[in-house]
Design a protein around this ligand. Structure first.
Ligand code: BDP
Length: 330
């Protein structure tokens, strides 16, 4: 170590102490999570909180699992207001608040999950992050949620015509209503917590989700046909309220960002394991899982969804084209 680096090191340490002494406040953060405790998202959120408190010393937090702090659309509003400090949100319902996030809710927009990660870790994620910040939300890391597929209690789905006439629950976002209507199904936006009972009582015939959510909610017990359409690959966001973020010192922000990134890496690993395990569980539970050999008819059926979306959001055309033009680097 030279004298110079030793000297600047000491100066930086002194400056940091000063900031901590004058600017940093101790904080106890409230975190929203919709999932059960042993879900990949939940485990990664706990690791985020542990790392933040270890690295900062003065920030602690608690994750409220199982959606006890409210439905997802409500929680997004609470986050913006600062009533919640952080949470993991699907970018699906986020679209009603942050228009830029809607690009990931376009059916079949990502060629694959690895492609989604690549784009979210690059320019697409950066553009979405900017849109979120303008609405009071800071993205700390992009989590994975695999691909969503249809399940229902009536019949296996192999072609778009099989969706015709089915009552399908969707997440709260007009895009998903249009997606089901494009196949002549009846879409019902509904809170996640209500889906099990609605499937059981026949209020809806089916829904769509990734294997871990289909399994962890026990939806597979009441909707036995799971058809791997993989029509939506929607990333999730470990997000912080901008209001909370702005109360932090630059040092605290840096620690929080690093912990967010680390928790995203961890969540992606956990996700891959859980996805395989969930598929095994639902099969053992009697679900009829079918793959769909030719997805082109589903993709073609989505043309009106894209047309309507781009007509209403011409400023997002470039972003959509970047995503569509990307095919895994080949
Ligand atoms: C799950 C997402 C969760 C959504 C849920 C849903 O992780 O954020 O609320 O789907 O369908 O996959 O509502």
């Amino acid at each position: 170590m030279t004298y110079f680096t030793r000297f600047t090191g000491a100066a930086v340490a002194a400056a940091t102490c000063l900031t901590v002494a004058t600017g940093a406040q101790a904080m106890n953060l409230r975190g929203w999570n919709i999932h059960v405790e042993e879900y990949p998202v939940s485990i990664a959120m706990e690791s985020f909180v542990a790392e933040v408190s270890e690295k900062t010393g003065d920030i602690s937090g608690k994750v409220y699992h199982n959606g006890v702090l409210g439905s997802q659309p409500d929680a997004i509003e609470q986050l913006r207001l600062g009533a919640l400090d952080f949470g993991v949100f699907s970018l699906g319902p986020m679209g009603q608040v942050v228009p830029e996030t809607n690009v990931v809710s376009l059916p079949f927009i990502f060629a694959s999950v690895p492609e989604m990660y690549r784009l979210m870790d690059g320019e697409v994620g950066a553009a979405i992050n900017e849109g979120m910040k303008a609405k009071g939300i800071v993205a700390l890391g992009w989590y994975g949620a695999g691909a969503r597929s249809f399940y229902n209690s009536v019949r296996p789905i192999n072609t778009p015509a099989d969706v015709e006439g089915l009552k399908v629950r969707v997440m709260s976002n007009d895009l998903f209503v249009k997606m089901i209507e494009a196949m002549d199904g009846n879409a019902t936006p509904m809170a996640f917590a209500e889906v099990y009972q609605s499937l059981k009582t026949g209020v809806v015939d089916g829904a769509e989700n990734n294997p871990p959510s289909y399994e962890s909610t026990n939806h597979f017990e009441v909707a036995k046909y799971y058809s791997l359409s993989e029509h939506l690959i929607i990333p999730e966001c470990l997000c912080m309220s901008l209001k909370t973020w702005e109360k932090m010192t630059p040092e605290q922000q840096e620690a929080v960002l690093a912990a967010g990134k680390a928790s995203a890496d961890y969540q992606r690993e956990l996700w891959a394991e859980r996805e395989a395990a969930s598929l095994e569980i639902v099969k053992a539970g009697g679900t009829a899982v079918n793959t769909i050999a030719d997805k082109a008819p589903f993709q073609n059926a989505m043309t009106p969804v894209y047309d309507t979306f781009l007509a209403a959001n011409p400023d997002l055309t470039d972003l959509v084209n970047t995503m569509r033009g990307t095919d895994g680097g080949s």
